[in-house]
Design a protein around this ligand. Structure first.
Ligand SMILES: Nc1ncnc2c1ncn2[C@@H]1O[C@H](COP(=O)(O)OP(=O)(O)OP(=O)(O)O)[C@@H](O)[C@H]1O
Ligand SMILES: [Mg+2]
Length: 389
């Protein structure tokens, strides 16, 4: 379909003057329409617009993979957005699997249609290692050959520029879109590279929403298997905005073993559940300490976060030890080193700590991948297939 056909198809729903933008690219139709006056009509109106286009496409025997409808107010601000995958006729012999949610019947907001799995990394408590875990999950996934991205959703205190070593790089804008940095095999974007790193960032609610939305929508992520999103501490505006903008496969909760950290993590888990976001699992960071003597020290009460996961009945993704190397590599912007053997001249102890760290991170990535597959099946994005050979 071309743009004119789309505009023509929309005629019964929206007159040309109400169409602010209509674009067709590789089977994806993007529409921006004037929002109806009554907020309660948004969904119905967006659905009607998507249906009109889908029906016209079907009549013209044109294939469309998805239709995104955005509704804009009089100031051209997008106030509502939905992505609508038009229901395809079932293939012959196909029988719906009981218990799976039918995605095509459901309207969902999704500003990142090219991203297969969007994964939020959050926790209630500050400083427990959310950013560290987010960085290492993204790098770990990329090292396994996946197209991985990392978005620094901590618009208040971005740490990703340091952790990925972005300091010498300059942001690039092409065709009005921010180009993600490509480092350690990962596409990354952070507000930390767009503002003065020395100045504190003070955002009020709506500003935080706007800044975050821009970072999501105005970055050219392209097609990604995984986009890991590092969240600020707390249960504030950003997770809310995120859950509204992006269809998340789920959230990873980072927690240290102590009771006080667990309490905050439970609040974060409840927040995600209230937002309708699945918990992919809990990571116990700073689980134990591997010293230079190679011994393991149980500083914070190893196993505390694992028990909390069991209490919440959510998966446990694994434990990551405190190691000096992890802190050093994070400060040096070199997460790749966490996955690699230390230099040959390193002592036996350093080697043992590095092995413990690399093993823990690989285990985490494996478990996350399993949980993502399960979540995708539960959410109806993938159907299990049985191959008989
Ligand atoms: N397992 C670990 N071993 C050693 N150092 C760690 C570990 N996890 C995190 N750190 C260090 O602890 C500090 C805090 O970690 P990080 O910035 O990832 O936490 P955060 O939860 O993202 O913090 P904030 O709430 O401020 O966003 C960093 O200096 C990081 O390098
Ligand atoms: Mg952080």
């Amino acid at each position: 379909m071309n743009k004119d056909q789309v505009i023509q198809a929309l005629a019964p729903v929206a007159p040309p003057a109400a169409i602010r933008n209509a674009a067709v690219r590789e089977g994806t139709v993007s529409l921006r329409l004037d929002a109806p006056t009554d907020r309660g009509d948004y969904d119905r109106f967006a659905m009607a617009a998507a249906r009109a286009v889908a029906n016209a496409a079907a009549r013209a025997e044109q294939r469309i993979d998805s239709i995104t409808v955005e509704l804009a107010d009089a100031d051209a601000r997008v106030v509502h957005g939905v992505t609508f995958p038009p229901a395809r006729p079932p293939e012959p012999g196909h029988r719906p699997i009981q218990g799976l949610r039918n995605q095509s019947a459901q309207l969902q907001t999704n500003s990142l249609p090219g991203v297969r799995h969007a994964i939020a990394v959050g926790a209630g408590k500050g400083g427990v290692g959310k950013s560290t875990i987010a960085v290492n999950l993204a790098v770990g996934l990329a090292r396994r050959g996946h197209a991985a991205g990392l978005m620094d959703g901590d618009i208040y205190g971005p740490s990703i520029p340091t952790m990925l070593g972005l300091e010498p790089l300059e942001p690039v804008v092409l065709r009005g879109m921010l180009q993600p940095f490509y480092v350690h095999g990962v596409k990354a974007m952070t507000i930390g590279k767009l503002v003065d790193p020395e100045k504190p960032l003070i955002w009020r609610g709506p500003m935080a929403h706007g800044a975050f939305k821009q970072l999501v929508e105005q970055t050219e992520w392209g097609n990604l298997d995984h986009l890991v999103i590092d969240l600020p501490p707390g249960t504030g505006d950003v997770p809310l905005t995120l859950a509204q903008l992006v269809r998340l496969t789920g959230a990873v909760i980072v927690c240290t073993p102590q009771r006080v950290a667990q309490d905050d993590a439970v609040r974060a888990a409840r927040m995600f559940q209230q937002l309708g976001v699945e918990i992919l699992g809990v990571v116990e960071n700073m689980s134990y300490f591997v010293g230079d003597d190679g011994k393991e020290y149980d500083l914070f009460g190893r196993g505390g976060a694992e028990k909390m996961a069991a209490r919440l009945a959510v998966p446990f993704l694994g434990a990551v030890p405190i190691t000096m190397a992890l802190r050093e590599n994070s400060d040096a912007g070199n997460p790749t080193a966490n996955f690699e053997d230390p230099e040959r001249r390193a002592s036996e102890h350093v080697r043992r700590a590095a092995d413990a760290l690399a093993g823990a991170l690989e285990n985490l990535v494996s478990n996350l991948q399993s949980q993502l597959s399960l979540a995708a099946v539960r959410q109806g994005a993938t159907r299990p297939t049985l191959k008989i050979t």
